[in-house]
Ligand binder design. Sequence first.
Ligand SMILES: [Zn+2]
Length: 389
Amino acid sequence: MRYISASIVVPVVGNFLKNGVVAIDESGIVKGIYENNDVAILDKEKELYDGVLIPAFVNAHCHIELSHMLDKTEKGVGLPRFLSAVMKRRAADEREILEKITFADELMWKNGIQAVGDHVNTSHSAEVKAHSRIRYHTFVEVMGLNKDELQPRIDSARDTEFYFDANHASITPHAPYSCSKELFKAFKRTVNEDNIFSVHNQESDEENKLFRYREGEFLDFYKEMGFDAEGFKAQARNSVQSYLPHLPKNNRLILVHNTFTSLKDIDFINRQDRDVYYCICPKANLYIEGKLPKILNFIPDKTKMILGTDSLASNDTLSILDEIKVLATHFDHLDFLQLLQWATINGAKALGLEDTIGSIELNKRPGLLLLKGMNNLRIHDRVTMQRIA
Ligand SMILES: [Zn+2]
């Protein structure tokens, strides 16, 4: 048994403890949480740390199979041009792809990430995930705009899903601009209720333009890539209001990015009475669009906010702590304890992993991190992190 004591222990669920002690067994399972002067641990030898002890992070959105694309795309060009760059440049030697996946998996572990919601189009990451210390939920993306390719696309996603842990994999529509209405509808017939969806949502205002007016850069993108854009008609409303009614209602849904989601959209989503989580990927948003979501709009849904890094195609590292720092810098009203919930327990719940990770609670195996250089419980740029367990 290890008895780990830190200046402040923040269990996320429950109150924080000054000079608290967390007992974990050899496998990292929490066996006790104690006040500093608890008689039960008076004679135990403790590891003493100067800093804030927290549970490890959940990265709710990544594409680990794109890890070889670090520095391969231009910044600030907007989503349609970013997508076309990724599609043209993602091909690479398979050995290099696998090496970079291994590198990213180790990087995320080192950066204090305990679980990842990871999007794939291929089975490239299956082997690394099967042996990783990180818990993964794999979202196999489906996209398709042409009528005759609907079922083959879904069948092929099912084949890919087969390579991953069946209890922690699901198929998901990729994004509203890459799936036809018919494809969204086809999901209704093919998925069980325990299949979690994770859809890229309103990452660019061009997506809203496409759905509202059938205008904008996505039409150029379709032309350039030879995609059929016939299915898109001007809807006079934003994308999420157009496609959401086509998705089955009882499945949990993670909406990723939400950079151009309006109050009206959120109101629309709330009225649908669904189990929705909002995933924010601040650094990727700044990289691609140079903009952050209107965080204040989402705050009534504090328990539904989660954080992601997106991939190394649109980020220079895979660190949830860095994402927290960006949000804390841009939004004064977000305090550390709130952001920490987004980065841990909320993400664990979204991925269905809250029984074992996301908070320092008895019998969980959350992973433990020490944040150093904090000013009480205030986060700033110079805070560093060390993985303790
Ligand atoms: Zn993404």
